[in-house]
Design a protein around this ligand. Structure first.
Ligand SMILES: [Zn+2]
Length: 228
């Protein structure tokens, strides 16, 4: 196996996603120099962070954090682009691992029962072949030893079975999220995971699916938060 990997390295040299330098043993995705430059937010240390504030008064959550700042033409954009559009599934797992290590000591995360990915739109899941948020969850799960729960589903009003929901359409809701087995999550502490936080609209829509559950405690963790 090692020989095989060695031959592959000769054909496709493994390079740092950010700077293009060759990676050495024990480096993956990014070289050590670029790892140091990752624009981490450290939101997990501040309950009144910008992401939590953006959700105040909109959803009832107990914890919100993002791993990285996402700025135009920055390192995070490159990582997310490769993850979402270039088939680099390993980036989702790898950054999920790094994010998980950062959150290990956090009070909310260390006592969470489930990690739940924001599901992709069905057509996108089909064309891309994978859900990047699912991969981030798997990376988090490996490090935190918290199971991933795939009970949250996304329904779009272009689906035939929901096309008739005129009232929802009138309310200008183009899609919504539902739980397949809501009772599974009653009394639980969950960590909802997405790739990028922008306006918070997706998180808000997801939380609608949890709103009638008893004693549920929700935390939100995204790989990145967009900033101007
Ligand atoms: Zn580098």
């Amino acid at each position: 196996m090692k020989l095989f990997t060695g031959i592959l390295d000769l054909i496709f040299p493994v390079v740092c996603i950010n700077c293009g330098n060759s990676l050495v043993t024990n480096e993956s995705i990014l070289c050590t120099i670029c790892v140091v430059k990752l624009p981490v937010t450290n939101f997990h240390k501040d309950p009144d962070n910008d992401m939590a504030k953006a959700l105040w008064g909109r959803v009832n959550i107990d914890f919100a954090t993002a791993f990285l700042y996402f700025k135009k033409a920055g390192m995070t954009q490159q990582l997310l682009h490769q993850l979402k559009y270039r088939g680099r599934k390993d980036i989702g797992i790898n950054l999920g691992n790094r994010f998980g290590n950062q959150l290990k000591e956090n009070n909310f995360v260390s006592t969470a029962d489930y990690i739940i990915p924001v599901p992709l739109h069905k057509s996108k899941a089909k064309s891309r072949g994978y859900n990047q948020s699912q991969l981030i969850c798997e990376g988090l799960s490996e490090v935190l030893s918290i199971p991933v729960c795939n009970d949250l589903a996304r329904i779009s009003f272009t689906d035939t079975q929901t096309r008739k929901r005129r009232f929802d359409r009138w309310l200008n809701v183009s899609e919504k999220f539902v739980l397949n087995q809501p009772e599974l999550l009653e009394g639980k502490r969950i960590l909802l995971v997405d790739d990028v936080f922008t306006t918070g609209a997706t998180i808000e829509a997801c939380c609608q699916a949890f709103k009638n559950l008893n004693n549920i405690s929700i935390g939100v963790a995204t790989l990145a938060m967009a900033t101007n």
